[in-house]
Design a protein around this ligand. Structure first.
Ligand code: SAM
Ligand code: SF4
Length: 461
């Protein structure tokens, strides 16, 4: 649509960032252009996350903050895409009169048509079959419901590129695990694997356009239908690709075969994100995680044995229904034993429709907060100790650009996914080194960052 400018505001995980990029590309092809910011936009699209209530509240508060902009410019259109759109559908239109468009994941092909209808004063709702099954309510009067489409977009889905040399590529959609707290299987549907040939073709195109680091994305990449080790081997053979990562791994599916492939293939980084969620077997059972505390610690031990130098990251939920102080102390103990390089810690948030939502949310918020900060402090202690052990070592770092806190230094990531900040000689050096893998000798550290000196730069391959 000629001359209409669209602005995307994306919440949540990498998958959402990828979906926003795919939607933006589609709208560009349909004649739209991208706005530099919300003030400059004719259409603002919020791509949303529904994993925790807090994420949803942030979206409603951002929409609310556009009240004056919409009064000043009644032609401004506001849309909600993604997981919240799928989960709450027409409820969003009821709750927020400012919203004109609600569009579920995988229905982005409709966006241009939805915007055209909204421009003609209609409020529009596009859910897929999954969303329609969740929804049992009727849309507010005057809302136009658009029939779902499956145009094979997933097979063609492109990549999200945080920089010219890095790309995230979706290899799977959805999830079949049904962890009892999690909304993802309800809003993203059953697991579907993208054909290996499509993925390899995509990675080849990315490599040809200058990408050297690929991160394969999925809710549980270890259950990739064709086998993740085989896919890693196939991508490993693609010239130009220097680093391969994959997220997220379900601990129950981290096989010896996968670990052996990580050890064998030099381009596959020694980095495993395998969320433990809790260190208590009884909580894990109620979470339907299908492993015990000992099995998790056994997986960590095998990983460290088979893949020397591996860095393991985790997620935790504190305050899950029925979590006692003893359960929580088992989680604290697991963090100390497993020696994660990083943990993401969340307070349990009940999600209606999930199995855990039927359990009493009986850990008071003050206790959830206290456990959250206690676990963060323990992880910080572990990270600081691990980082100190790196002093004196040279790590290969992919330089991503100037450091955010000090433009005179460069920031990048080690193979283990640690943030490394390194001094550079000059501004010319900085732009020359961005996008390259250079050895950095670690001289100092905090819990979050390693600091060092660039040893020497290798010639660009
Ligand atoms: N598929 C990944 C996995 O299984 O680890 C991650 C999925 S989820 C989008 C990311 C993280 O959000 C989870 O690992 C979990 O720690 C957290 N999470 C999911 N549901 C939650 C809930 N209801 N309350 C709090 N945290 C939650
Ligand atoms: Fe949610 Fe569990 Fe699936 Fe991860 S594996 S997306 S936590 S249901």
């Amino acid at each position: 649509m000629a001359n209409m400018k669209v602005y995307f505001e994306t919440f949540g995980c990498q998958m959402n960032k990828l979906d926003s990029e795919a939607a933006a590309e589609r709208l560009l092809a349909d004649g739209f252009s991208l706005a530099d910011g919300p003030d400059d936009a004719d259409v603002i699209l919020f791509n949303t996350c529904s994993v925790r209530e807090h994420a949803e509240e942030r979206v409603y508060s951002r929409i609310g903050s556009l009240k004056w902009a919409k009064r000043r410019r009644p032609e401004l259109l506001i849309g909600v895409m993604g997981c919240m759109a799928q989960k709450d559908g027409e409820l969003i239109l009821r709750r927020s009169p400012l919203v004109d468009i609600v569009c579920a994941p995988r229905q982005e092909a409709h966006l241009a048509a939805l915007i055209a209808q909204a421009r003609n004063g209609r409020r529009v709702l596009a859910l897929d079959d999954l969303g329609r099954r969740i929804e049992r309510r009727t849309a507010p009067r005057g809302v136009v419901e658009v029939a779902p489409c499956d145009d094979g977009a997933f097979e063609r889905q492109g990549a999200a590129r945080p920089s010219p040399f890095q790309a995230f590529v979706a290899i799977m959609l959805g999830c079949d695990n049904f962890c009892s707290y999690c909304i993802v299987p309800f809003v993203r549907g059953p697991e579907q694997s993208r054909p290996a040939g499509e993925i390899a073709g995509e990675v080849q195109r990315l490599a040809a356009s200058g990408v050297c680091e690929i991160t394969l994305l999925g809710q549980n990449v270890n259950s990739y239908a064709g086998g993740l080790p085989g896919l890693l081997r196939r991508i490993h053979d693609i010239p130009g690709i220097e680093r391969i990562r994959f997220v997220t791994s379900h601990p129950k599916d981290v096989s010896d075969e996968l670990l052996a492939a990580m050890a064998e293939l030099p381009k596959v980084c020694e980095h495993l994100h395998a969320p433990a969620q809790s260190g208590s077997s009884s909580v894990l059972e109620r979470m339907n995680r299908r492993y015990t505390r000992d099995q998790y610690l056994g997986m960590v031990e095998r990983a460290r044995e088979i893949v020397p130098g591996i860095e393991i990251a985790s997620d935790f939920i504190v305050g899950f229904p029925g979590e006692t102080e003893e359960d929580f102390q088992q989680t604290v103990d697991l963090v100390r034993r497993a020696e994660f390089n990083q943990s993401y810690i969340f307070k349990y948030s009940p999600r209606s429709g999930t199995r855990a939502a039927a359990m009493p949310d009986d850990v008071p918020d003050a206790v959830k907060k206290r456990r959250n900060s206690e676990l963060l402090a323990v992880q910080s202690e572990v990270s600081a100790r691990r980082n100190r052990a790196m002093h004196g070592r040279a790590l290969d770092v992919l330089i991503e650009g100037p450091s955010k806190s000090d433009a005179g230094r460069l920031s990048g990531r080690s193979r283990g996914n640690d943030i490394v900040v390194a001094r550079c000689a000059s501004a010319e050096d900085a732009s020359e080194l961005t996008g390259r893998i250079v050895p950095v000798k670690i001289t100092n550290s905090t819990a979050l960052t390693l600091f060092g000196e660039i040893e020497e730069s290798r010639p660009r391959p």
